[in-house]
Design a protein around this ligand. Structure first.
Ligand code: UT7
Length: 334
């Protein structure tokens, strides 16, 4: 069996910066509340006419990742595209990347799994590379949240959190035993309604929505039971990080860089305290980008690598938790 290794990383975020004060002009919120509860200072939103979409941001991040991997689009054997906010209901973003980047007719797999999408995507790619079926796989996490959020006070607990952006990683076959050591994935559908966007969907279709509109429970905007999600996130993050370390006979103290999904700075800080990690061992950028769900880990991983905070031989741990609930971890020897 082979090992898969990340050899190129890229990120893209729209230029349009939206501060907490900007949001306070649209709804009853304020900078102090948002910073204290989430750590977020600003996020990026696509601006109408700036040419961006979920797929296009994915292409921009992928172009950088490919250049850094020193590969051409033709070298890619498979695309895995994770998003909860695709440009279209169907088809998904993977085929758009294949087309826009001029790739061969390689398979394009779309992954949902929300905040865990990139971790699930890496796991899928890892399996294809391990077995020898494919050599180079492009894994993308991209989100356009701003196009589908409710910027009214009734949704303030959700809408101040999310931001737009994309990140991408190129994985290749490796013979030297460095790279992805293991991936660990979980789900618990009993809590599917705790963080969800219910329509439009086949169970709540457009004519019904129009007939019901306006409804109190606004099912065409995301809803979240924040405290419930928060409590589960703390538990599951810790569990799945431990699971990954134990599977490889590793200790928490050996982690050089933990990149948690950027859900809430308070969640990351609680995990850091629980594992007694130094600031230098955990990467956070939610302050600047908000929660970009499937894009948050690849954006943070790219920035950590760009800043020289990940070096050859380092133990890098990725961990995610989100809607579904779904959660997972990836243990990497860089
Ligand atoms: O990425 C996927 C996983 N997602 C997560 O992990 C998110 C987990 N949850 C959270 O991060 C937090 O629960 C939130 C940041 C979403 C909310 O923070 P909280 O400390 O749990 O606040 P809360 O929902 O309990 O609300 C406290 C108060 C409420 O007012 P009352 O009822 O006490 O008067 C809310 O209406 O804060 C109010 N509130 C706001 N006030 C100002 C909620 N959102 C806002 C807001 N601005 N944006």
């Amino acid at each position: 069996m082979y090992t898969s290794k990340i050899i190129g990383l890229g990120k893209y975020v729209p230029e349009n910066v939206v501060t907490n004060d900007d949001l306070a002009k649209l709804m009853d919120t304020n900078d102090a509340w948002i910073q204290e509860r989430t750590g977020i200072q600003e996020r990026r939103h696509i601006k109408k006419g700036d040419g961006n979409s979920t797929s296009i941001m994915g292409v921009k991040a992928s172009t950088i990742a490919l250049e850094r991997a020193n590969l051409k689009p033709d070298d890619i054997d498979m695309i895995v595209f994770a998003t909860l906010s695709p440009d279209m209901y169907f088809p998904g973003g993977g085929v758009e990347v294949q087309h826009l980047m001029g790739m061969r007719t390689v398979p394009a797999l779309d992954v949902r799994n929300q905040c865990s999408g990139f971790v699930y995507g890496l796991s899928v790619a890892d399996q294809f590379i391990k077995t020898g079926m494919y050599k180079n796989i492009l894994v993308i996490g991209a989100e356009n949240h701003s196009g589908g959020l409710d910027f009214n006070t009734r949704s303030r607990g959700v809408s101040v959190i999310f931001g737009d952006g994309a990140g991408a990683a190129v994985l290749t076959r490796s013979d030297d035993k460095t790279g992805i050591l293991s991936t660990h994935l979980h789900s618990e559908g009993a809590h599917k309604d705790q963080l969800a966007l219910k329509g439009p969907s086949t169970s709540y279709w457009v004519p019904e929505i129009i007939a019901d509109n306006p409804r109190e429970d606004i099912p065409y905007y995301p809803v979240m039971n924040g405290q419930f999600v928060f409590k589960h996130a703390i538990t599951r993050f810790a569990e799945v990080i431990n699971e990954g370390l134990q599977a490889n006979g590793l200790n928490v103290s050996e982690i050089n860089m933990l990149i948690p999904h950027q859900a809430n700075l308070r969640i990351s800080q609680m995990i850091q305290r629980k594992f007694k990690l130094q600031d230098s061992q955990v990467y956070n950028n939610i302050q600047r980008y908000g929660n970009t769900t499937a894009a948050s880990i690849p954006i943070a991983l790219t920035e950590a690598w760009e800043e020289g905070r990940i070096k050859k031989g380092d133990l890098v741990v990725l961990a995610a938790f989100g809607s579904g609930f779904t959660w997972g971890s990836v243990i990497i020897r860089w």
